[in-house]
Write a protein that binds this ligand. Structure first.
Ligand code: NAD
Length: 513
């Protein structure tokens, strides 16, 4: 990795050999065990992080709850100015941070840069939004009364994030939380702790330069046990958790048990419907990118293609031909299309999925396999695979976080394809490839896709920050990023003001004193 300028990148981001995994913005400390971060790219140790103990966590919570008391008093547009400065710092660090994302997580360098760009974009969005945290004004039914609603800062936002978007998910949350006047405590994935350290180092500069209260951005590194402390903590009104459905179900129950709010961004099982009127060339590009991009480790990765029987053979053959062109290797090398999986556990899950689909009666069209030898020393590189399968197979119903694409055939009308597309537990992203207006509109109608994201003539993968991002059913129901997703970071208050000299009671009730 040194040939890709990784050492310079690590130095620029302030990554040391051993890093303090707990930070309140100005103070960095940690008394927990050492967590080593190995790169899936070359299997080498990048650096280590000291994790946080329950005592460290307590110190963070004291700092952050104190910071909230002053941070909420700063006017929203001024908080927007802080986020603007943060976006500037991200621009200056885009190359270094993008490289670290690619090296620690394994996604391609372009995707690493793209992830940092998403952080910059949400900052820009949040700066404008800081002057638009609007409530409504309503007409009161009582004479001489005014009624309106306003949004106030909520408090501490607890952010628990997944390995596959190790920096962007944090920024989606923090940029909106900060303009809302909230303070943040972040537990990054234990698989990508250095990305967390790098981001915290960047925001710490903004905190120092603006003499902001320490604790508006806190970092705590550790595994699910630290996450459990957060979810049970009544001082955290909102938990935003991104990760597996398994994790989300546990987090949701704990947070609901104390009547806190949770924003859940969980697993997907995303499909593209390919109708007889589809543009085959566009379909193949969208499907291949969606299935093998980030080595199939996006929540929006394309897992299923639901293809009409009349064009099935044509699409299948085009896909098989396209898969033959894929170059698998070091993601820092821009000539490669597919990088590694996050770790050897993910490789085992991938191999298990391929065995299962065969055991259930599926037919492998493009063989998978784990790569070894020069350039593949980490043991995390696998071949993207395609299998013909039934939608009802257990393995097809399950999200395998790897480049395995299932082809499912449908016959008759588009309604049949929509039934198959909706016939899974997850509800994140979906797409239809068609030039037929009726099919497209049916897919987008109330009886169409049941997902949070539904696209026409674009694949399932990726999303722009301007729209609200998230999904239904086992994906958790949360919405992040654009549109009015900011509202969950604030508390709503309805206000009624009487500017007369009498007090008419509601419902005509008389109460003479
Ligand atoms: P994961 O569920 O294993 O871990 C996610 C985070 O949750 C980690 O920080 C982990 O430490 C923490 N965690 C685990 N158990 C916990 C518990 N009991 N209490 C509190 N915290 C706990 O997920 P992963 O392997 O890192 O990421 C992959 C998954 O994330 C996939 O299912 C993917 O679809 C999903 N994902 C969803 C979105 C989305 O926006 N919908 C985005 C990215 C990833």
């Amino acid at each position: 990795a040194s040939q890709f300028g990784m050492n310079e990148a690590l130095e620029k981001l302030g990554i040391k050999t051993i890093n303090e995994g707990t930070s309140t913005g100005l103070e960095n400390f940690s008394s927990g065990e050492i967590l080593e971060s190995y790169s899936p790219v070359d299997g080498k140790l990048i650096a280590s992080v000291k994790t946080s103990t329950a005592e460290d966590y307590e110190k963070v919570m004291q700092s952050t709850t104190a910071a909230f008391k002053t941070f909420r008093l700063i006017p929203a547009p001024q908080r927007g100015e802080i986020v603007r400065q943060f976006g500037e710092k991200l621009r200056q660090n885009k190359e270094a941070l993008g490289k670290l994302v690619s090296y620690e997580m394994g996604k391609s360098l372009q995707e690493g840069y793209g992830e940092v760009q998403e952080m910059i974009d949400i900052c820009d969005f949040a700066v404008g939004l800081s002057r638009q945290l609007h409530g409504l004004t309503m007409h009161s039914e009582r004479p001489g009364h005014r009624m309106y609603e306003q949004y106030h800062s909520l408090g501490v936002v607890g952010i628990i994030s997944a390995f596959n978007f190790p920096v962007a998910v944090w920024a989606w949350n923090t940029a909106l939380a900060w303009i809302s006047g909230d303070v943040c405590v972040w537990k990054p994935s234990e698989k990508t702790p250095l990305c967390g350290i790098a981001c915290q180092n960047i925001i710490a500069q903004v905190i120092k330069e603006n003499s902001l209260p320490e604790g508006i951005s806190c970092l705590i590194n550790g595994d699910y046990k630290i996450g459990e402390l957060m979810t049970a903590d009544t001082r955290i009104p909102l938990i935003s958790a991104t990760g597996s459905t398994r994790m989300g179900k546990i987090v949701a129950q704990t947070v609901a048990g104390r009547l806190g709010k949770s924003l859940l961004e969980l697993g997907g099982n995303n499909a593209i419907i390919v109708t007889p009127d589809a543009d085959i060339k566009m379909t193949v590009i969208g499907a291949v990118f969606g299935a093998v991009g980030t080595a199939g480790q996006r929540c929006t990765s394309t897992r299923r293609l639901i293809i009409h029987e009349s064009i099935y053979d044509k699409v299948r053959d085009a896909l098989v031909a396209a898969y033959k062109q894929l170059r698998i290797g070091n993601p820092l090398d821009e000539n490669n299309h597919v990088g590694p999986l996050i770790d050897t556990h993910a490789v085992a899950m991938y191999a298990q999925a391929l065995n299962k689909v065969v055991a259930e009666g599926g037919n492998i069209l493009v063989e998978g396999g784990v790569l070894s030898g020069e350039g593949y020393e980490s043991g995390c590189y696998v071949k993207p695979a395609i299998a013909e399968a039934q939608n009802s197979f257990q393995i097809v119903q399950h999200e395998t976080f790897a480049p395995v694409l299932y082809l499912v055939k449908y016959s008759g009308e588009v309604e049949n394809a929509i039934d198959l597309q909706n016939g899974v537990a997850q509800g994140l992203s979906s797409a239809i490839m068609t030039n037929n207006l009726r099919e497209a509109e049916r897919f987008l109608s109330v009886t169409g896709s049941d997902c949070g994201i539904a696209n026409v003539n674009i694949g399932t993968s990726g999303a722009e920050i301007g729209g609200a991002f998230g999904g239904e059913k086992e994906t958790g129901g949360g919405r992040e990023s654009g549109s009015d997703a900011w509202k969950i970071y604030m508390r709503r208050q309805t206000n009624t003001i009487n500017y007369t000299t009498s007090l008419p009671l509601a419902q005509g009730i008389k109460f003479d004193l």
